[in-house]
Ligand binder design. Structure first.
Ligand code: NAP
Ligand code: 3JN
Length: 344
């Protein structure tokens, strides 16, 4: 609606993702009448700067959603399960960045460049996919629509910021401790809620999130289930290996795609380059390819190392990098909110 302004709550405003949401709401000039930053009782009462003013963080309780139009949730699945419906009952549309409702019927799972039309089907809650899913489905979208996709084999190289600000802090402290020959603190990674923790600095850990079915982790199964839901295609074959690497920000993915039809490589590159939200950086002779350090702080998905499978005429390899806190989380949520208000 033209000129309308909105009361926007950010649940998890002090977190790694919530902080990016606040920055983006400001930078993208989201039409805000009132910003309501919410957190647990731990941070309630602290202040943040927003649009040049000091705003006090409130505790996220059911009544904190009174009068809220749009609630951006990013404080973990249990908080969303406890409070999202309370927010909806008080008239808000919830855009949820957690796993709580992603696979629920009646909850659209949206990457705006891929399936914006799903937003219109919402019944109060719209889910933001997992970060590893978002950058992959955006890379697959033009290929899926032009050739069809038989199957996908993906391996991820995930930054520690995906596991929250404590994991980022831990990587810094571990790196310093190793370099200074001190005892290495191990409290957060690979999974904060589990008892066993490993050193992340100077290491690679083949576990993101808890164990799930058939020897896969939950992160791997999120990629499988969410991709099928976003493309509305249960037949899409996909297998994932998710790995944590000592990178602060930016997830990388090596994606092998087997298309349903044979393709021309130049056409694939053109399709990817024309896709909104994608930047192609692909010239191995010039050492041009995406890397997380360069992708950090940008909202696009960067694609390079585009090359054929030399033994399969429908096989294709891609290297896909994006800032997990931006397109993987905050940017995608705010794009959903923008699409939502555009459609009013
Ligand atoms: P984080 O840095 O650890 O921050 C957690 C945030 O949640 C803080 O603001 C914290 O507030 C708040 N919080 C914790 N318990 C709460 C409670 N009981 N009530 C209200 N607020 C509470 O974590 P993060 O990296 O920002 O991630 C937060 C969540 O976002 C994750 O758990 C996940 O569900 C989701 N996420 C999604 C993606 C994605 O793939 N799309 C990526 C990363 C994260 P205090 O300051 O009060 O502790
Ligand atoms: O580890 C990553 O790189 C992404 C993490 C996402 C995440 C972390 C904690 C809880 C999620 C998520 O968005 O799937 C959740 C969750 O909501 O279950």
């Amino acid at each position: 609606m033209a000129n309308k302004k909105y009361v926007v709550a950010v649940v998890g405003a002090t977190g790694a993702v919530g902080q990016q949401m606040l920055k983006l709401l400001e930078a993208r000039q989201f039409p805000i009448e009132e910003l309501r930053p919410l957190s647990s009782a731990r941070s309630a009462g602290k202040t943040i700067q927003f649009q040049g003013k000091e705003v006090t963080i409130q505790e996220a309780t059911p009544d904190a959603f009174t009068g809220v139009d749009i609630a951006l949730f990013s404080a973990g699945g249990s908080v969303s399960k406890r409070l999202a419906k309370e927010a909806v009952e008080r008239g808000a549309v919830v855009i949820d960045n957690t796993n709580a409702f992603r696979m629920s019927e009646g909850v659209p799972l949206v990457v705006p460049e891929v399936n914006k039309e799903a937003i219109a089907t919402h019944q109060g809650i719209i889910s933001n996919p997992n970060c590893s899913t978002i950058q992959m489905v955006l890379a697959l979208k033009p290929l899926y629509h032009r050739y069809g996709i038989e199957r996908v084999i993906v391996s991820t190289y995930q930054a520690v910021s995906g596991a929250g600000w404590r994991a980022q802090d831990e990587l810094k402290r571990q790196t310093e401790a190793v370099l200074q020959g001190k005892e290495v603190p191990k409290e957060v990674l690979p999974v904060g809620s589990l008892d066993r923790h490993y050193q992340m600095a100077f290491n690679v850990i083949p576990q993101v999130d808890v164990a799930d079915q058939d020897g896969y982790t939950l992160e791997e199964m999120k990629m499988v289930r969410e991709t099928k839901k976003i493309f509305n295609d249960d037949q899409l074959g996909i297998t994932a290996t998710c790995v944590r690497v000592p990178v602060m920000r930016g997830h990388s993915e090596s994606i092998y795609v087997e298309l349903k039809e044979e393709y021309r490589l130049d056409e694939v590159k053109t399709l990817l380059a024309q896709q909104e939200g994608i930047v192609v950086q692909d010239a191995i002779e010039e050492q041009l390819y995406p890397m997380p350090l360069q992708a950090a702080d940008h909202s696009e998905v960067f694609i390079g190392r585009i090359r054929p499978d030399l033994h399969h005429p429908r096989g294709l390899n891609l290297w896909v990098v994006s800032d997990n806190l931006l397109k993987g989380a905050a940017t995608n949520s705010i794009q959903i909110a923008e699409a939502l208000i555009e459609s009013e």
